[in-house]
Design a protein around this ligand. Structure first.
Ligand code: IPE
Ligand code: IPE
Ligand code: MG
Length: 293
């Protein structure tokens, strides 16, 4: 099975789970609508990454073992986007091809829908049918670390906006706000599959680089992409003078840095390939490196 085949298979499964789980756990109709508004419309790349890691370390692993954790990644990511788009942060009007949650439902409901999505992530993790409590503990450790990364990264980004941030400062923001949740997704997949500590650490190095490359590409798409194709507001980085690699190095410099980071992704993958069959992870990387939205 290639990553593309896996991705095609799991996307509808994850989207359905996200909808049903939300419908079952959010009682208030308006809050539920606010939560559902963006769910399932994104690329679902974090849940797919979790599943690719789980399949890497235990081929044929039953979906029931990973679907709650996979959904938790998307609940957290979507919560972060709902809040990120609020007028007080990026003030973005378009998200996943539709009006942002605050545009459609107002800021008060968007704040609360973000809170509810965040809570759905932990509800899903609590309900995950894991055979072994130590796996749940390991997953929670990854998740709380990743969420603190998202929040700290967003705060640091605000503090650096409009200033001349250094490359090191910018890359720290990218690592915190994006790479850590990516890493969390991949590591949680490996934990669920029962991978040993050595392979998990090799996977972590790969995942951090992959997540870093993902955010550089996001910044490149914001600078050069088309808002209709990408499905979200793209001008905010520039208008709000966000500390991005494109702002520091220009589009060509950012593209060069993107290529460099992708070389590091490949080296980390080669290291992991010494002890695991990395074909799904290689396919994931190839798809992300080539993405146009
Ligand atoms: C956008 O994430 C924000 C980042 C952290 C880079 P995605 O590009 O994965 O967005 P969706 O989930 O597909 O909408
Ligand atoms: C996304 O950051 C939000 C988080 C990672 C929490 P960005 O502001 O860079 O991403 P987009 O462009 O809005 O998707
Ligand atoms: Mg934004």
């Amino acid at each position: 099975m290639t990553f593309a085949e896996l991705y095609e298979r799991v996307r509808p499964e994850i989207a359905l789970f996200l909808h049903e789980f939300t419908a079952d756990h959010v009682a208030d109709e308006r809050l539920r609508e606010g939560c559902l508004h963006l769910l399932g419309r994104g690329k679902l790349i974090r849940p797919a990454a979790l599943i690719a890691a789980a399949e890497t370390f235990r081929p044929g692993i039953p979906a029931a073992e990973y679907v709650h954790a996979a959904a938790a990644m998307e609940f957290i990511h979507t919560f972060s986007l709902v809040h990120d788009d609020l007028p007080e942060l990026d003030d973005a009007k378009l998200r996943r091809g539709v009006p942002a949650v605050h545009v459609k439902f107002g800021s008060a409901l968007a704040l609360l829908a973000g809170d509810a999505l965040f809570n759905l992530a932990f509800t899903a993790l609590q309900e995950a049918p894991l055979a072994d409590q130590s796996k749940r503990e390991a997953i929670l450790t990854e998740v709380v670390g990743a969420v603190s990364g998202v929040i700290e990264g967003q705060v640091r980004e605000l503090a650096l906006s409009g200033r001349d941030a250094t490359l090191a400062e910018i890359e720290e923001v990218e690592r915190l706000k994006t790479a850590r949740l990516f890493t969390c997704a991949l590591v949680c997949g490996a934990v669920i599959a029962g991978a040993d500590a050595g392979r998990i650490e090799a996977l972590r190095s790969f995942a951090l680089m992959l997540g870093h490359a993902y955010q550089i590409k996001d910044d490149l798409l914001s600078a050069t992409g088309d808002s209709r194709t990408v499905g979200k507001s793209l001008e905010q980085d520039k208008v709000l003078e966000r500390p991005t690699i494109v702002r520091l190095l220009g589009v060509e410099g950012a593209q060069a840095r993107f290529n460099q980071v992708n070389e590091s992704v490949l080296s980390a993958l080669e290291h992991l390939a010494e002890t695991a069959n990395v074909s799904l992870l290689r396919g994931l990387h190839e798809m992300l490196a080539a993405r146009e939205k």
